[in-house]
Write a protein that binds this ligand. Structure first.
Ligand code: MLC
Ligand code: AMP
Length: 504
């Protein structure tokens, strides 16, 4: 028996004294040190009574210990459930309750509030701070540095990632060991990662991009990463000369282009820049090439599927496209009404099937059935086409979704909060172009007859309920929302009307 994920990403480095994490203070954590820490954490989870298959909900700042907790969950057969540090207690309560998490690991600062939630749901709480403090590491440090890896099958659950939905209710995407491992191994080959690579890691580690792409690829290749707490231009400029690769959302690249220090010399040592999670403007692609001589490699993925397509490492990286389906991934364009496959060149919904595709939404069989067909194809909700050379283009979305700085925001979730406010008849939340974040959130309100809603008071409620990145940057009041003959709100008209509101 074995544990494919642990063995394939972590166990392969047992005994290696090569660098894994290069920290900003100059400290280097070797693979061996990292595995020792993760084994100590795994011992704590066993001691406090966690059993394979239990969920561990984690909302902590980015740190080497936080990554070691991920490794520990893999080794102990626990399901890792990372959560955005921006989530409010309201949002977290739902995730914890819905997942039935047995353990919550949070920052000391959140302990008082989350402790209450945990108690009411029968979960245990441990704390973990970015500076190494907290109850979890205090227990871990006196534990043995080895742990007997728990047997798991490829098809066993390894992680849950919550993704909001068009109905406003978040769904726990269940990812298996093989979903994560197979995708990482494919990307290592496709992007030519080797143990010589040094990745600039400035992404958060609670989403697919920073954890299951950047970190897992680094692990599968035996490379190392310059591990930064967050995206910071000065730090990136400072450390880029030591790196060979970088992965980021488009905002990373537009911010770099906005800084004169980012030039051909600074990027000379780099062999690869990867972009994803949101559309990279063709203009950014060409400016980047002009400035540095590098063509950004754009790829396409999502929480439920990890990575689906990638531009080629060798061959033309075509701006405005997301490249070709990865080996083992089938991709087709279908008619959204009938599900029939459309000929190349036609625009339709993108469906994907492969070892990367998740197992379904936790305890939501109806939602799973609506998006994951019986034959294994997942309906992504993205609209696209395949061109005459086989490149996949994403041309829009069949789901009401805003992507701001690489974070997904489902308007319905915000509309539900706004609609509930005094004096509000209805609302429509839309994404409008934003020079830094690509898109940002605008809330359009219709008042009840004779009422004049207090937008500041409404924003207070929004702040209380929803993570900062979901907050509307502005609320505007209209007499009525544009509707089609079927009575459906025409958000495209609103998007057109307000498209210049935040343009630079
Ligand atoms: C921060 N803010 C945001 C925001 N990030 N608001 C909207 N959208 C965002 N993405 C808020 C801050 O709280 C702050 O609020 C204000 O905006 C300005 O913040 P900032 O200092 O300019 O932002 P910064 O901290 O630098 O963060 C921006 C960012 C970050 C782009 C670096 O958002 C980021 O790292 N994004 C990456 C997201 C990601 O990993 N996505 C992958 C998902 S996986 P205030 O009130 O303080 O002013 C996926 C699958 C796939 O999609 O294919 O990869
Ligand atoms: P998430 O649910 O956070 O994983 O976000 C997945 C969504 O991000 C996809 O369904 C796409 O809409 C979008 N996305 C990811 N990569 C790209 C890309 N390269 N270009 C355009 N959209 C992308």
């Amino acid at each position: 028996m074995a544990n494919p994920l642990y063995d394939g990403l972590f166990g392969i480095h047992a005994g290696k004294t090569t660098p894994f994490l290069r920290l900003l203070d100059g400290q280097v954590i070797t693979h061996q040190d990292f595995l020792a820490t993760s084994a100590q954490i795994a011992n704590v989870t066993a001691q406090i009574g966690l059993k394979p298959g239990d969920r561990v909900a984690v909302q902590v700042e980015k740190s080497p210990d936080a990554l070691a907790l991920y490794a520990a969950c893999a080794q102990a057969g626990l399901v890792f459930l990372p959560l955005n540090t921006a989530y409010t207690v309201d949002e977290l309560s739902y995730f914890i309750e819905n997942s039935g998490a047995s353990l919550i690991v949070c920052d000391s600062k959140s302990e008082a509030q989350l402790g209450k939630v945990a108690k009411s749901l029968g979960a245990q709480v441990e704390t973990m701070d970015a500076d190494g403090r907290g109850t979890l590491m205090a227990q871990a440090r006196v534990m043995p540095e080895s742990f007997t890896t728990v047997d798991r099958q490829s098809d066993d659950l390894a992680a849950f990632l919550y993704t909001s939905g068009t109905t406003g209710r978040s769904k726990g995407a269940m990812l298996t060991q093989d979903n994560l491992l197979s995708n990482a191994q494919t990307l290592v080959t496709e992007w030519r990662f080797t143990s010589d690579d040094v990745l600039l890691h400035a992404l958060p580690i609670f989403h697919t991009h920073g954890l299951f792409v950047a970190t897992n690829v680094t692990l599968a290749a035996g490379s190392s990463m310059i591990f930064m707490p967050k995206f910071d231009l000065d730090q990136i400029v400072d450390r880029m000369p030591e790196a060979t690769t970088m992965m980021g959302v488009p905002t990373f690249y537009t911010r770099l282009l906005g800084d004169a220090r980012f030039n051909r010399d600074l990027a000379a040592h780099m062999r690869l820049f990867v972009s994803g999670s949101a559309p990279l403007l063709a203009e950014t692609h060409s400016q980047f090439e002009e400035r540095t001589g590098h063509r950004i490699l754009e790829r396409y993925g999502m929480t439920e599927t990890n990575m689906n397509t990638s531009n080629p490492f060798d061959g033309e990286r075509r701006a405005g496209t997301v490249g070709f389906p990865l080996p083992g991934v089938e991709l087709k364009i279908t008619n959204p009404d009938t599900g029939e496959t459309l000929p190349d060149g036609d625009v339709g919904q993108i469906e994907v099937r492969g070892p990367n595709v998740f197992k379904g939404y936790w305890q939501m069989p109806e939602k799973t059935a609506a998006e994951l067909r019986e034959d294994g194809f997942f309906i992504t909700g993205d609209l696209g086409k395949i061109d005459e050379d086989g490149y996949v283009h994403i041309v829009g979305r069949n789901k009401d979704l805003i992507i701001s700085g690489g974070y997904n925001i489902y308007p319905k979730e915000i509309e539900l909060v706004l609609d509930d406010q005094p004096g509000v008849l209805e609302s429509a939340v839309i994404g409008v172009p934003h020079p830094d974040f690509g898109e940002t959130v605008l809330g359009v309100i219709v008042a009840e007859n004779g009422a004049s809603p207090d937008t500041e008071a409404m924003m207070d409620v929004v702040r209380q309920s929803l993570a900062r990145f979901k907050h509307p940057r502005k609320l505007v009041i209209l007499d009525e929302l544009p509707r089609n003959t079927m009575g459906k709100v025409q958000k495209n008209i609103l998007r057109e009307q307000y498209k210049a509101m935040f343009a630079s």
